[in-house]
Design a protein around this ligand. Structure first.
Ligand SMILES: Cc1ncc(COP(=O)(O)O)c(C=O)c1O
Length: 427
């Protein structure tokens, strides 16, 4: 099973460990539910990624949207990666994590003027633009600030990617990027935007991609596009291939990054400029788990239900993408019978489930279960629906572990709200 491939997650005497720490120890101290991440796993994936492109002039920008924990950001940044930030909030977190804007790029289909100003003012390495209007705004803001903003147009290559439709972003008609023709028009009429330097071109095909094909098709399309720009005197400094490199959730493969790097290197080197990547999930998905406690079990019709203390508010992926996450007992008991369960949370929504028809060892209250591969797009999508407190985030580092974010308190959730007597008085 993929969680055990590098031994970052493993069983010792039937007890689940992250690196050298028994999960039970963390939950006894910090309560349940909790997100737990392995630092060694993140480091391993970072090394795999950069090694795969050792023959290519490249820069990697971690997609902060996949996991914006300050210490996760900082570990990856300290591995020499840059950061791809998608909002003013992610930028602020990246700064708090100690990152420098010169190693950041700004993504986002709907950047506000404040966010553009933030990127230009702080001299980010590159800002993506996804429409003519956005280029006009960047040009205006850069002019006001007396700067030249480095811009890459995000182009939609109009290709079909075999992944869940909710995470496919490269087909014409979606909100992301711009069609190649208007993008070409902007590049060719670049003198209209004196405060913008078109430094690159960007694509992002979608997420959880396992095949090389969409990247190869895109590289070839980009090649034709970029050669045409060169004929018109524009030599770009970077081609940004985005992220999307898949991770295993239900057995299966991780994107074969090493092999891809080898096969794609000639095409990439042919551009004669830097190649940028923006992986998120590849680096973090399999590093983490969300550990929850069984509150109750019951039967409903023909179904066995197990109710956990975590729910769609802690991990939305199962209902958003019908995603599969392995569920492992924190203490394995081979003597217990195995039963098919619908695994649900306490939230008042009938769609609030984490798994359906999942065979698990017979559960009883207070059992701990680890829902695996929760290092990407899990805590970042958590919500306070039903006024639930977001769980703590813990990073294990060999023989030690650290609480990097505490469980929210009810006071924290109420910190900026007030009851107004005049408003609530009934005349
Ligand atoms: C523009 C952009 N870059 C990078 C990523 C990271 O994708 P992944 O986590 O699949 O690598 C995303 C994810 O949505 C994205 O929208």
């Amino acid at each position: 099973m993929q969680h055990f491939e590098d031994n970052f997650w493993h069983y010792q005497n039937n007890k689940l460990f992250c690196e050298n720490i028994p999960i039970e120890e963390i939950i006894l101290a910090e309560g349940s539910p909790a997100y737990i991440y392995s630092k060694a796993s993140i480091i391993k994936r970072c090394k795999e990624f950069t090694n795969a492109f050792s023959e290519v002039n490249h820069k990697v920008f971690f997609a902060v949207k996949s996991n914006s924990n300050l210490n996760v950001i900082r570990i990856i940044y300290n591995m020499g990666f840059g950061l791809d930030v998608n909002s003013g909030g992610e930028f602020t977190r990246a700064i708090r994590a100690g990152a420098h804007p010169s190693r950041m790029i700004m993504t986002g289909v709907g950047k506000t003027l404040d966010e553009i100003r933030m990127a230009v003012e702080n001299d980010m390495l590159m800002i993506k633009a996804e429409s003519k209007e956005e280029v006009e705004q960047i040009n205006k803001i850069a002019g006001e600030l007396g700067k030249i903003a480095p811009v890459a147009l995000r182009v939609n290559p109009d290709i079909v990617v075999q992944t869940h439709p909710n995470i496919s972003t490269a087909k014409s008609g979606v909100k992301f990027g711009m069609d190649p023709a208007p993008a070409m028009d902007l590049y060719l009429n670049r003198e209209r935007y004196p405060n913008v330097e078109f430094t690159g071109i960007d694509v992002h095909l979608g997420s959880q991609i396992l095949s090389f094909d969409p990247y190869f098709v895109t590289l070839k399309k980009l090649h034709t596009f970029v050669k045409r720009l060169e004929e018109h005197g524009l030599k770009l400094k970077h081609i940004d291939l985005g992220g999307g490199f898949g991770s295993p959730y239900h057995g299966g493969d991780r994107f074969h990054i090493q092999e891809f790097g080898k096969q794609a290197a000639p095409l990439m080197n042919d551009f004669g400029c830097d190649i940028f990547f923006e992986p998120g999930r590849f680096l973090t998905a399999n590093c983490g788990a969300i550990v929850s406690k069984v509150l109750y079990t019951k039967e409903s019709g023909s179904k066995n239900i197990v109710i956990l203390d975590s729910s769609m508010t802690e991990i939305l992926r199962p209902i958003l993408y019908q995603s599969y996450h392995d569920i492992l007992p924190v203490e394995k008991d081979d003597n217990r019978e195995r039963i098919s369960y619908d695994v649900v949370g306490p939230v008042c929504e009938s769609s609030d489930y984490l798994a359906k028809g999942r065979e698990l060892q017979k559960a009883k209250p207070d059992d701990l279960l680890a829902l695996m591969s929760a290092g990407a797009y899990a805590s970042v999508m958590s919500s306070n629906y039903n006024v639930r407190r977001k769980p703590p985030e813990i990073i294990v580092d060999g023989d030690t572990w650290h609480v990097t974010r505490s469980r929210e308190t009810y006071d924290y959730l109420l910190y900026d709200e007030r009851v107004i007597d005049d408003l609530t008085a009934i005349p």
